[in-house]
Design a protein around this ligand. Sequence first.
Ligand SMILES: NC(=O)c1ccc[n+]([C@@H]2O[C@H](COP(=O)([O-])OP(=O)(O)OC[C@H]3O[C@@H](n4cnc5c(N)ncnc54)[C@H](OP(=O)(O)O)[C@@H]3O)[C@@H](O)[C@H]2O)c1
Length: 277
Amino acid sequence: MRILLAGAGGQLGRSLRGVLAGHDVVAKTHGELDIADLEAVRAAVAAARPDLVLNAAAYNRVDDAEKDGDDAYRGNALGPRNLALAAAASGAAILHVSTDYVFDGRGSRPYHEFDRPAPRSVYGASKLAGEIAVRELAPRHYVVRTAWVFHEEGANFPRTILSLRDRPEVRVVNDQIGSPTYAPHLAEAIARLLETEAFGTYHFAGAGAASWYEVTCALYERLGVRTPIVPVTTEEFPRPAERPRYSVLATIQEPRIVLPPWQEGLAAFCARLTEPI
Ligand SMILES: NC(=O)c1ccc[n+]([C@@H]2O[C@H](COP(=O)([O-])OP(=O)(O)OC[C@H]3O[C@@H](n4cnc5c(N)ncnc54)[C@H](OP(=O)(O)O)[C@@H]3O)[C@@H](O)[C@H]2O)c1
């Protein structure tokens, strides 16, 4: 398959480049293709003539989005709109990636693909707008929702919390529960999904569930970090954007594609850390 990959420099983009090596991939970083620029997107699709447009690009600065709403919508709604328009016009399918933050997090069982989105943040609302644009404009679409993505390179929670290990203690939220997802595991699941041609919406995230506190405990234990970890509540650690309290993702749409448990992802992350954080 010939694939145009947008957002190729991010955590998922880099991981996809690895697992899609058997395909003919035209990879574009943010510097090479701004998906918010419709003419640039049309030109890239016309030049690549892809069978599939794969969108790994996103504006992911969840807290900044509360004040930079227009930028968040440009990256997360206008960008996918442009890619969907160009894909549909050229006869290509599209795979777009979205987030658990489209849910309000007030549930107590894992969210599946048919649960009703109700975002509580600008970031979540902008990502939901992107999903809707893709569904409306490109009939041959996959929308893959994922969560809590991490990779040994990039901006993510495990790297941030590791960078704080020299403090006397670290305080970590213990009442937000989600699905930590290792980017290469997600990339492998996406590669398998592409073989199915079963278009629709999918939830792919690391198997199991954890709080940020539990992720920190597992990470520090694995790396032999002895810094005391203090569990705190969301109220004790306020952030500009509201986070879902519970946003574990489950799939009933494609139960044959299950990601490894998040602990396996964390083990691979630790094994592949090369540069000091
Ligand atoms: N990270 C998470 O925890 C998480 C959780 C749930 C869902 N997701 C979703 O998973 C997907 C992959 O995320 P990720 O973790 O790989 O994110 P990432 O590491 O932040 O990568 C996103 C990439 O998109 C690029 N980008 C931003 N705006 C762009 C634009 N207008 N045009 C082209 N490229 C642009 C970024 O470039 P710059 O760095 O130059 O801005 C970055 O290289 C996204 O759809 C994201 O919303 C992520």
